[in-house]
Design a binder for this molecule. Structure first.
Ligand code: HAS
Ligand code: CU1
Length: 572
């Protein structure tokens, strides 16, 4: 079969463009990460503590939002074209969403980096969660809004491709990769409503001076309505690669297609009604609502635990096809010299730990110990920083040759890169978790409080500082190796024979699952109901307490009919 770039040259061009933006963001964001790690541990200070927040905002936006989402849009475009076996319906629409998302990302980045240029009256030191009452330059919010609209257009592009395919294949089951893209996109449409309302209805007019104030708890709750599901928007493309590519690289077959569909339906249903688990310590939200968010979050462990089972079972199947034996000795039969395989496997391994720390976060009472401490960055450097980011880098070693028709410059450098990433992250995230338990705060240029010394229960704070700095340096070296390998691969000699992007049939196929799993309307309808149940009362009581725009004079506080309703139903 011809290489992807020969079958779908237009789509390959867009995917390469999204990867180029993703990798550029990765490089700049990683440089900021190195600066932060050395600054906060006190080893080397390249910037002032006042500029620390600009750099931290750049690090979070460029890595957590831009790198991940551009790469994801590339992977989803590749997955739609290859699994539907047809080009996208309108390549102009495809380039249009790429142009809009890129323009939006550049505007937001300009607003952030403006903060580093004293003569420029522009800044966005609001961190990647852009909480009010911190305020950014209007360009930051306008760029964000354009970026979100661009992702909505990308989703429409993928749905139009599916609709075209469906008219030619009325009775077939949705191909698995397309099923994964569509369920993820539906979850994204539902969850981005929160951030779109927050940015467009409140933060842009506020930053332009049209509104004097906003209701910070309202905009923050609307952010977290989106803020938890966005982590799964990052994770689900990694899962798409773990489910559909990793088994092939392992030499085996996916254990169960039906289980994969159940996992993605669960993410569509449960990702959004949990966001208040980021706000356990927020005053102004009743404990009952927080308890519901915690309960929903515990349900949300299920799709990932199912993934752990299915993906490891598929890897074991591959190992045994290679002659692997024994209860665990089969691990040795896996293709550990392949950077794409090893990177994804190590990403999964670290996600097991990252997911465990997520469970700790999710417990309302134990969260009081870790919230706003360095524990939380420890958690998300294992999740988005490794489960997602390392999977995306590792998958590039397998994907990029299909998109360019050129050889990978160096597999050994690729293998060194993924192992270095894993080792660096073990040092950094482990030390961050332990530092969090000691009480060291997150999101501060100076990691200590006045007249107060932290004392670690075991080891020392000094040792933690060294581990974080060492980890940060190893991660930065790993990114340099990755970008170096990608750059030289783009000018490598063309490959003579086609790059095989065929994927293996699962051991248990789609037909083994009930047809209702493919009823996306049904699952979307249930997801909407769950969101209404989870968010109507909390948002209503936040608005009833302090109005849509906070205590700004002259803006009528909404009649407290939510309070009355809560009383009627005997709500706490
Ligand atoms: Fe989280 C905070 C709870 C998953 C990202 N999280 C964050 C923040 C980020 C983030 C960015 O409940 C900080 C936000 C901020 O700036 O304030 N998180 C969870 C829970 C999960 C979870 C319960 N988080 C993620 C993922 C992320 C992510 C995924 C990014 C991609 N998180 C929280 C909470 C907070 C939080 C609270 C707020 C903390 C606070 O107070 O601020 C779950 O989804 C985790 C489920 C995962 C598992 C692991 C399953 C294991 C698997 C690996 C299989 C192994 C393989 C390979 C494939 C149960 C799937 C094996 C290899 C071989 C060789 C065999
Ligand atoms: Cu979350």
């Amino acid at each position: 079969m011809a290489t992807f770039v020969d079958r779908y040259p237009d789509e390959a061009a867009v995917v390469k463009a999204t990867f180029a933006v993703a990798f550029a963001s990765l490089g700049i964001g990683a440089l900021f990460g190195l600066i932060q790690a050395l600054h906060r541990t006190g080893f080397v200070r390249f910037i002032s503590s006042a500029d620390y927040y600009t750099v931290l905002t750049g690090h979070g936006v460029l890595l957590a939002l831009v790198f991940t989402i551009f790469f994801l849009m590339g992977v989803f475009t590749w997955a739609i074209a290859r699994s539907l076996e047809q080009p996208l319906p309108n390549i102009k629409l495809t380039w249009a969403w790429f142009g809009l998302t890129t323009t939006g990302a550049v505007l937001a980045a300009v607003a952030i980096l403006g903060g580093l240029v004293p003569s420029v009256d522009m800044s966005a030191d609001v961190l990647y969660t852009f909480y009010a009452p911190l305020q950014a330059h209007p360009l930051f919010y306008i760029g964000l809004a354009m970026f979100i609209v661009g992702t909505w257009m990308a989703g429409a592009d993928w749905f139009l491709a599916f609709r075209e395919w469906r008219s030619d294949h009325p009775d077939e089951r949705i191909p698995l990769q397309t099923f994964m893209v569509l369920t993820t996109t539906l979850m994204w449409y539902l969850s981005t409503l929160g951030v779109a309302v927050s940015v467009v209805a409140f933060l842009i007019p506020w930053s332009l001076g049209i509104f004097e104030t906003v209701n910070p708890l309202l905009t923050r709750t609307l952010f977290w309505y989106f803020g938890h599901p966005v982590v799964y928007f990052w994770l689900m493309p990694a899962y798409l690669l773990w489910y559909t590519v990793l088994p092939k690289l392992a030499g085996g077959r996916l254990f169960s297609d039906p289980l994969a569909r159940v996992v993605f339906v669960l993410f569509l249903l449960l990702s959004t009604p949990v966001g208040i688990h980021h706000q356990y310590l927020d005053p102004g939200i009743a404990e009952g609502f927080k308890f519901i968010a915690m309960t929903n979050t515990m349900f949300l462990l299920l799709p990932s635990l199912l993934t752990a089972f299915t993906v490891v079972a598929s890897m074991e199947h591959g190992a045994r096809q290679r002659g692997g034996e024994g209860r665990l000795r089969w691990l040795g039969a896996l293709p550990w010299r392949d950077p794409a395989f090893t990177g994804m496997a190590l990403a999964g391994l670290m996600f097991a730990a990252g997911g465990f720390s997520g469970m700790i976060n999710a417990g309302m009472n134990i969260n009081y110990l870790v919230h706003n401490t360095l524990w939380v960055p420890g958690h998300f450097h294992m999740t988005v920083g490794t489960a997602v980011a390392l999977t995306m880098m590792a998958a590039s070693y397998w994907l990029v040759p299909q998109l360019t028709g050129r050889r990978l410059y160096s597999r050994p450098i690729g293998l060194l890169q993924v192992v270095l990433w894993f080792i660096g992250m073990v040092f950094m995230s482990n030390a961050m978790h332990r530092a969090g338990l000691v009480g060291i705060p997150r999101r501060t240029a100076e990691p200590q409080y006045q007249n107060f010394d932290f004392s670690a229960a075991f080891g020392s704070v000094g040792e933690l500082r060294i581990q974080i700095a060492l980890g940060g340096v190893l991660l930065f070296v790993s990114i340099v190796l990755f970008l170096f390998n990608m750059l030289l691969s783009s000018i490598e000699d063309p490959i003579e024979n086609p790059v095989d992007d065929s994927l293996v049939e699962p051991l248990s196929g789609a037909d083994a699952s009930p047809l209702v799993l493919d009823n996306l309307r049904l699952w979307t309808g249930i997801a909407v109901v769950l969101v209404i149940l989870a968010y109507t009362l909390p948002l209503g009581s936040i608005i009833a307490d302090a109005g849509l725009l906070g205590d700004s004079p002259g803006f009528p506080v909404v009649v407290d009919w939510f309070g009355a309703l809560a009383e009627v139903v005997g709500w706490p």
